[in-house]
Ligand binder design. Structure first.
Ligand SMILES: [Ca+2]
Ligand SMILES: [Ca+2]
Length: 189
């Protein structure tokens, strides 16, 4: 009788330990999933949430929403207190960085707006937010710019390995925003 009671207490203790272990495993599983989710948010200090840093700027490729060139420019200005702009590309290194971002993901199709246009003076492209001519650095695809007054906005085009293309400003396309890297900026979370 005594032995069986002892056995019963022992077995009760064992099942309590098992229960505790199961709860612990469950908590660990939830914590792992939450950590993975957190990683996906990709917060880089000094950049807006989900932007990636390169040199002294932060960038994000937007596959959606698809916007006209001027809509995309206004969209980018929502970031960093109005300092956001469609990306400007001013060196081989910056171009290579953006191309690598686009080539990483096979879902990127079509044109990706950059921040230059020749809509004011045909043939003369200007980085509008910087108020600079596109002259020091260019990376036009062969045969581009192709279409005179019919195509006045600059894009990286997937069909030519993300080299430069002039496209009609009112087509709805993907786009890349760029904001200045600001180490003093903090993410509120
Ligand atoms: Ca043009
Ligand atoms: Ca073109």
């Amino acid at each position: 009788m005594y032995a069986s009671r002892l056995y019963s207490i022992h077995s009760h203790k064992q099942s309590t330990i098992m229960m505790k272990l199961l709860i612990l495993c469950g908590l660990l599983l939830v914590a792992t999933v939450l950590c993975k989710k957190h990683e996906r948010q990709a917060i880089v200090e000094g950049c807006p949430i989900d932007f990636v840093k390169f040199d002294s700027s932060c960038y994000h490729v937007f596959d959606a929403p698809l916007l006209k060139w001027w809509e995309a420019m206004a969209f980018c200005a929502m970031y960093s207190n109005g300092e956001g702009t469609l990306a400007t590309v001013e060196s081989d290194a910056e171009e290579a960085f953006l191309e690598s971002q686009l080539k990483q993901d096979t879902t990127h199709h079509g044109d990706f707006w950059l921040g230059a246009t020749d809509m004011v003076n045909e043939g003369t492209y200007v980085w509008t937010r910087r108020n600079e001519y596109v002259s020091e650095y260019t990376n036009w695809a062969p045969g581009q710019p192709s279409s005179g007054r019919a195509e006045n906005c600059l894009a990286l085009y997937e069909g030519v390995q993300f080299k430069w293309n002039d496209a009609p400003c009112d087509i709805q396309a993907s786009f890349i925003c760029e904001v200045p890297y600001d180490p003093s900026a903090t993410v509120i979370g």
